[in-house]
Design a protein around this ligand. Structure first.
Ligand code: GLC
Length: 397
């Protein structure tokens, strides 16, 4: 298979145009709308293959930004295609929650490939407003790490990291979990999706990948602001980058790794997931700490490493299910974050391995949603657009 060709074909097939806006659906049959972090992944690949389409996709995301700066995790461009997902309905035909803030990174990729400063300038107001929202509204008690109010905001809908704050058991089924998230969405609705109010009585998690992704994006927002001469924004990005970095270490670091935390008291959620690796994407570990994480977790076949890639949940966790959606399978977005983290620490051999096994999974199964780490068998949505992230890894490796 020519991966570049196949990626472009899929991105074109999954492209939609509605009301003058252009975007890419994650999967025509399973996910026929626009999703926030999916679009950022698509933009990263489109930046290489079709930069004009990448720019259009950023503009489509910003077109449905809320007045307070939030970008919703789903935009239902075509309401006729409605399917009963567990989302809170926004005012503009969108959901009312968000997803990991990858927008600055994705926009910077467009700039890196095109040198198009005008695009950065045109989209800056919206981009900056999004990060201001995340910092100002998602940290209601000023702890300098940001919160999610529903597991869906992490992008890892049924990850066992959230079992305890959801009050769920290890063996909760996929649909049982969906039902519980729907119930939580109902509760989120009663507090009007206001993070300060919702976190008084309901789910309140400060998630490691979400905060690590935010950190990396603040670093990049700083580059964008500096390039555009936006000094106040540059100061904002640098200041909050440093505050969050320090707070993550303070609240989340224990036994050599970072853990997500819950509630006012920052209770550690002791479930070993790929969240241990996510901080490498934001250079949070020192060199020595990274060495420990690699030795103890990355290379450990009893926990994370399988023949086909890195499990999203350690095999030792009682909640581990090799085909359980976010309860163990291999997914390409975590692979991509881990890949870039490994590269930034100089683990080039390991990074090349991740790129290689990801490429083999696509070669064998096409662009699928997730994979059983024990057998390599593909599951979930077909023609899944994130799969094209594999091209970004392979061409970089
Ligand atoms: C699933 C995934 C989520 C993704 C969405 C669309 O809900 O868990 O991360 O954004 O599908 O692909």
């Amino acid at each position: 298979m020519d991966l570049r060709d196949a990626s472009l074909k899929l991105l074109l097939a999954n492209r939609r145009k509605t009301n003058g806006y252009q975007y890419t659906v994650p999967s025509p049959s399973t996910y026929p709308y626009q999703w926030l972090w999916d679009s950022c992944f698509h933009i990263i690949v489109l930046a290489k293959l079709d930069p004009d389409a990448a720019i259009a996709e950023v503009k489509a995301l910003l077109a449905r930004q809320f007045d307070d700066g939030m970008i919703p995790h789903m935009i239902f461009w075509n309401p006729l295609l409605f399917r009963p997902y567990n989302i809170g309905w926004g005012k503009k035909g969108t959901s009312s929650i968000t997803q990991p803030p990858m927008l600055a990174y994705a926009s910077w990729e467009i700039y890196r490939k095109t040198n198009n400063v005008e695009f950065l300038r045109e989209t800056f107001e919206g981009t900056y407003a999004f990060y201001r929202y995340i910092i100002e509204k998602r940290d209601p008690r000023d702890n300098h790490i940001v919160s999610i109010i529903n597991p869906d905001e992490s992008g890892e809908d049924n990850s066992p990291r959230f079992d305890k704050p959801m009050g769920l058991k290890d063996d909760i089924s996929f649909f049982g979990h969906m039902y519980e998230r729907q119930k939580l969405m109902g509760a989120n609705r009663t507090c009007n999706f206001d993070v300060e109010l919702c976190t008084r009585d309901h789910f309140w998690v400060k998630d490691v990948p979400f905060n690590a992704i935010l950190l990396k994006n603040l670093e990049i927002l700083g580059h964008i602001a500096s390039l555009l001469g936006e000094t106040e924004a540059e100061h904002f990005a640098t200041l909050h980058h440093d505050l969050i970095k320090t707070a993550m270490r303070h609240y989340m670091f224990r036994d050599g790794v970072f853990w997500s935390v819950s509630g006012r008291d920052h209770e550690i959620l002791e479930v070993a997931t790929w969240a241990h690796f996510a901080p490498m994407f934001a250079n949070l570990y020192t060199k020595e700490e990274a060495e420990y994480v690699m030795r103890t977790h990355f290379h450990n076949e009893e926990t994370f490493k399988s023949e086909f890639g890195i499990r999203t949940v350690s095999k030792q966790e009682p909640s581990y299910r090799p085909t359980g959606f976010w309860r163990g399978p291999i997914w390409f977005a975590p692979h991509w974050f881990i890949y870039h983290g490994l590269r930034s620490y100089g683990y080039n051999k390991e990074a090349a391995w991740i790129a290689g096994v990801s490429g083999e999974l696509v070669e064998k199964n096409g662009f699928r949603e997730y994979f059983n780490p024990e057998t390599g068998k593909a599951h979930g949505a077909t023609n899944f657009t994130w799969g094209t992230l594999v091209l970004d890894m392979i061409e970089d490796a």
